[in-house]
Ligand binder design. Sequence first.
Ligand SMILES: [Zn+2]
Length: 278
Amino acid sequence: MEMGARTFGPGELPRGPHGWIEAGVLLGDGVRLVFTNRLGGVSEPPFHAMNLGMKVGDDPSKVTENRERLARYLGRDSGDFAFLEQVHGKRVVELGPGRSLDPVAWKRLRASGYAYHRADGAACPRPGPVLCVLTADCLPLALYHPRGAGALLHAGWRGTIYNIAGHGVRSLCKMVKAEPGEVSAVIGPGIGPCCYRVDRERARLFREVFGNSQGVVIEGRDGTFLDLRTANLVNLQKAGVRPERIAVLDVCTCCREEYFSHRREGRTGRQGAFLLLY
Ligand SMILES: [Zn+2]
């Protein structure tokens, strides 16, 4: 399905505690990419246990403790995390250099749990703060350019239709004044085509944007399914990223119970993707 991209199972990558995935090796040197799951935190059901989302109805003190645990694992201060108030849009925040957040973003993070309001992606040059995207079925997309910049994006079905992948590639390339041919990308854990059944209207929208022939909309025996990984692969390639530089994690958050899944559970927590540039 992946049109030249490489596909990896979770067993093929280094693992941290609780089965968290260390995927930086797929992007290049001087970069760390971590995907957490729902294990290793203190939240109570239905947010058990490692919920990192501040706006899903969980006890904020539990979320804060979970974020502190993650910060310790990553070896960074919890005040350096560029959490986004994700809204299924296409805005990519472009951050300046420096490991710490700017004072305004830091204040917002302390007050609301989010350093940047209404954004679904962030890009920064190295060394940067910790870029963060939270998900419960949507796809996290990580981008890296060897001239020293990275981006992390949140792509659910709306973000995929809005082509946030393309916006992220353009932000990143502008930042390092380079072409997209050297960009590496990782498509992280999210709902797979095995579980993402959609109604006729959603399927029609995706056919309109992606055409019939690319394996994005799949007619199954018991309904129509979307493959968001393939759709974002198409978006990345249209933006100029070479297929051999794209890695796809074959990890379905709806199939695997160690992940939060909105489709499987409804009210639930959020796992995270974290990108660190050294
Ligand atoms: Zn699945």
